[in-house]
Design a protein around this ligand. Structure first.
Ligand code: KG4
Ligand code: ZN
Length: 341
C-alpha cells in the first residue's frame, strides 16, 4: 500500500492569509482563511502595503490553526507548500518566508506552487474522478486565461485577456455604480434583481486571436452609459446595469470557452478563480456544457476564491513528480503558468 502524503499549504498572494492541510492531494483536512476584505473595503481595493503587514500579523496563527483543525503535528507533514507567484510581491514574500522558515527548522521539504495552478487544481478537490486532459477557464481578480490542462503541471495557455481581468472589470464596474469593493459578489447579488437584456453592452472580439478576451471596452461602455444617463437627468437602474454588464461578460466567456472545447475536442471543461463563483456564470456554463454533451466541473465557491487547500492539491502533483525547492526560493510577482523557477 502506498504511503499517505500530508501537505501543509500556505497562500498569501493577495488579500487572504490562508493555510490548509491536504492528504493525498484531494482530501482537505483543514482550510483556514483569514480574509482581509473588510480592511481594504474603505480604500475601494487592495492596498499592497496593508496586505503585507496583515499577512505578517496573521500567518503564524493561521498555520497553527490549520494544523490544529486537521488534528496533525507539523512533524507528520511530508511537505510544506507555498504560493510563490504571481501576486503582490510583499504579500507573497510573507508566505514564502514562513514556508522557508518551517522547512529549514523542521527539515520538511519545500514545494513552491504557481497561484493559477492552484486555482485550476481546486477542481480536483471535490471532483475525485477529474483527471487531465481538459480545458479550464481561469477567471480571477488578476487573470483571465483559457488553459489546456494537458497533464498535472502541464499547461498551454490558448487565450488571455488583452487588458483587464474579468474580476477587475467586475470590481471597477461595481465601484462606478456605487456597490463598492469587492465588486464581484455584489454585482452577482444585485444582478438577480435586474434585467440582463435591459442595456446592450458590447461583446468584444480580439481580431487575430479567437480565444483572447478584452474587458476594458465593456468597462468604458458602462461608464459612458452612466455618464450619458447623468447628463440627460435619467435615473440609473443599478440592478439592470449590473445584470446587463454581467451578461456581457458571461456571454464572451462562454462563447470563447465552448469554441475552444469544440476545436480541441475535449469532453471535459472546468472553471476556476474568484469569478468562477459567480452564480450567473455557473448557470450559463451548466447549460452550454449540457447542450454540447460536455462534463462541466467547478469548485465550490470557497475553493474558487483564494485559499490554501488548492495550493496543497497542486503541490501534491508537483511533489509526486519530485519537485522540491531550496531556501533560495523567492517571490516571483509575474511568474508564468507552467514555468518553474
Ligand atoms: O481568485 P481570487 O480570489 O483572487 C485572485 O487571484 O485575483 O479572485 C478575486 C476576484 C475579485 O475580482 C472578485 O470581485 C471576484 O473574484 N469575485 C467574483 C465573485 N466572487 C469573487 N466575481 C463575480 N461574481 C462573484 N460571485
Ligand atoms: Zn487567486
Amino acid at each position: 500500500m502506498e504511503k499517505d502524503i500530508y501537505i501543509l499549504a500556505i497562500e498569501s498572494s493577495c488579500d487572504e492569509t490562508a493555510a490548509a492541510v491536504v492528504k493525498n492531494g484531494r482530501e482537505v483536512l483543514s482550510n483556514v482563511i483569514y480574509s482581509q476584505i473588510a480592511l481594504h473595503t474603505e480604500y475601494g481595493g487592495v492596498v499592497p502595503e496593508i496586505a503585507s503587514r496583515k499577512h505578517i500579523e496573521k500567518i503564524n496563527q493561521v498555520i497553527g490553526q490549520a494544523l490544529a483543525d486537521a488534528g496533525r503535528e507539523l512533524s507528520q507533514m511530508n511537505a510544506v507548500a507555498v504560493t510563490y507567484g504571481p501576486g503582490l510581491v510583499g504579500a507573497l514574500l510573507v508566505g514564502v518566508s514562513a514556508a522557508k522558515a518551517i522547512s529549514f527548522a523542521s527539515g520538511i521539504p519545500l514545494v513552491g506552487v504557481h497561484h493559477i495552478e492552484g486555482h485550476i487544481s481546486a477542481n480536483y478537490i471535490e471532483n475525485k474522478e477529474l483527471k487531465p486532459p481538459f480545458i479550464c477557464l481561469v477567471v480571477s481578480g488578476g487573470h483571465s486565461h483559457l488553459v489546456v490542462v494537458k497533464d498535472y503541471g502541464e499547461y498551454e495557455i490558448i487565450g488571455r485577456t488583452r487588458d483587464d481581468a474579468a474580476g477587475e472589470a467586475f470590481d471597477k464596474v461595481a465601484r462606478a455604480i456605487g456597490l463598492g469593493y469587492p465588486g464581484g459578489p455584489k454585482i452577482d447579488k444585485v444582478s438577480k434583481e435586474g434585467n440582463p437584456e435591459a442595456i446592450c453592452f458590447p461583446r468584444a472580439k480580439v481580431g487575430n486571436a479567437e480565444y483572447d478576451f478584452s474587458f476594458s471596452g465593456l468597462k468604458s461602455a458602462v461608464l459612458n452609459y452612466l455618464n450619458s444617463c447623468q447628463m440627460k437627468g435619467e435615473e440609473i437602474n443599478v440592478a439592470d446595469v449590473a445584470a446587463s454588464f454581467q451578461k456581457a461578460v458571461i456571454d464572451v466567456l462562454v462563447e470563447h470557452s465552448m469554441e475552444a472545447v469544440r476545436k480541441y475536442g475535449y469532453k471535459k471543461f472546468a472553471i476556476a478563480g474568484g469569478v468562477a463563483s459567480n452564480s450567473g456564470l455557473r448557470k450559463a456554463f451548466e447549460e452550454a456544457c449540457q447542450k454540447g454533451g460536455i462534463t462541466f466541473y467547478h469548485p465550490s465557491p470557497v475553493y474558487c476564491t483564494d485559499n490554501a487547500a488548492m495550493i496543497g492539491t497542486a503541490a501534491y502533483y508537483e511533489f509526486q513528480k519530485g519537485i522540491r525547492h531550496g531556501f533560495d526560493l523567492n517571490a516571483v510577482p509575474n511568474l508564468k503558468l507552467g514555468e518553474r523557477v
